[in-house]
Design a protein around this ligand. Structure first.
Ligand code: UDP
Ligand code: MG
Length: 334
């Protein structure tokens, strides 16, 4: 029997980084770290990833005991890096900060509450090794969501699609990216981050891994309605100018209505003995046009506000502390 020398898997295997943004997650940190470490060693044992793989926890300015917990974990485990931002910058910025610290061959982003099970990472790594540079985690169902969240999410994907924005349906921020994809993403200079849209922009070969989402481990959702709406609007304004075009359309429609009204007024005046009676016929169009104009100004103002934020070119985050890894050389902010 011919014997084939097995390749030394651990020498060839790529390294993996798992980036976990955390905001007031003291209730889940310990369990999350334990589960992710176990997932890493399983992946290492199966020869999929190198032993040099690491978990990057990013403390997004938490007000609870998240940072002391992370710091302790990073000091006790070689496989854990704890990164602290100077203050709360929001999920997308925290995730971006984490990505900017990684040096590994593949990077997985995952939420601290482990609603997106780490058991799916193996399939993502396999897809990456098969040549896909971006692997989206896609939820098969939304049973763990409230009726309201399901409906609004569905509506949002529809609206985005009709605006021509290319989003992966039911994919949030659980994904794997190759080093090249991460480095390319980090070149995007925008301040208003909507990462799930930007990753689609990259255009590298991508595929999806399907999974069911678990309920939150503990603690509560950091995405109340206000934040959800703000992220949704960021997605629209960062990827589409359709609302601005809609203003032009609205102008055309109301112009058409006005023209119809003029024809009608002239018709009544010329071909009957009466004229169009006064108050209501003046006030209704005046109020209508007035409110449409304010609405349009509001939409233009929203884009103007985004431009204002973008031209200031302020750093997206500042690092306060990094424990467990050599800090990245160069400017501390991204
Ligand atoms: N998060 C963050 N900064 C924030 C808000 C949230 O880093 O300002 C993190 C949070 O700790 C979690 C992830 O973003 O790891 C997603 O938040 P959450 O699970 O509460 O959102 P949901 O699953 O309810 O949409
Ligand atoms: Mg969650």
């Amino acid at each position: 029997m011919e014997s084939v020398t097995e390749p030394a898997a651990h020498l060839l295997a790529p390294s993996l980084a798992i980036v976990v943004p955390c905001y007031n997650e003291e209730a889940v940190i310990a369990d999350t770290a334990a589960e992710l470490l176990a997932a890493l060693s399983e992946l290492e044992a199966s020869g999929r990833i190198a032993a040099a793989s690491k978990i990057y926890f990013v403390d997004d300015g938490s007000r609870d005991a998240t940072w002391p917990l992370l710091e302790k974990l990073a000091r006790e485990n070689n496989g854990i890096v704890a990164v602290a931002l100077s203050r709360n910058r929001g999920h997308q910025n925290a995730l971006y900060a984490g990505l900017s610290q990684t040096r590994e061959d593949m990077v997985v982003s995952i939420d601290a509450d482990l609603q997106d099970g780490p058991e799916n990472i193996a399939a993502m790594v396999d897809a990456c090794c098969a040549g896909f540079e971006v692997v989206f985690g896609v939820r098969e169902e939304r049973d763990s969501d409230t009726w309201f969240k399901r409906m609004t999410a569905e509506g949002y994907y529809r609206v985005m699609r009709s605006l021509g924005v290319d989003l992966v349906f039911n994919h949030a921020d659980f994904r794997l990216m190759s080093r090249r994809a991460v480095d390319t993403l980090l070149e995007y200079p925008e301040t208003n981050l909507f990462l799930r849209g930007m990753v689609r922009e990259l255009g590298f070969r991508s595929t999806s891994v399907f999974y069911s989402r678990r309920p939150r481990l503990a603690g509560e959702s950091k995405y109340p309605l206000r934040r959800m709406l703000s992220l949704a609007w960021k997605g629209v304004t960062a990827f589409s100018i359709a609302p601005l075009r809609a203003i032009t359309l609205l102008g055309l429609v109301s112009g058409g209505l006005a023209l119809g009204l003029i024809v009608w007024v002239l018709f009544v005046k010329l071909f009957s003995n009466s004229v169009v009676p006064g108050w209501a016929s003046i006030m209704v169009p005046v109020l209508f046009i007035g409110s449409v104009q304010l609405l349009c100004l509001g939409v233009i103002g929203e884009y103007l506000g985004k431009i204002y934020e973008e031209v200031k070119r302020r750093p997206r985050f500042h690092l306060r502390e990094v424990v467990g890894a050599e800090p990245v050389v160069g400017p501390e902010a991204g």
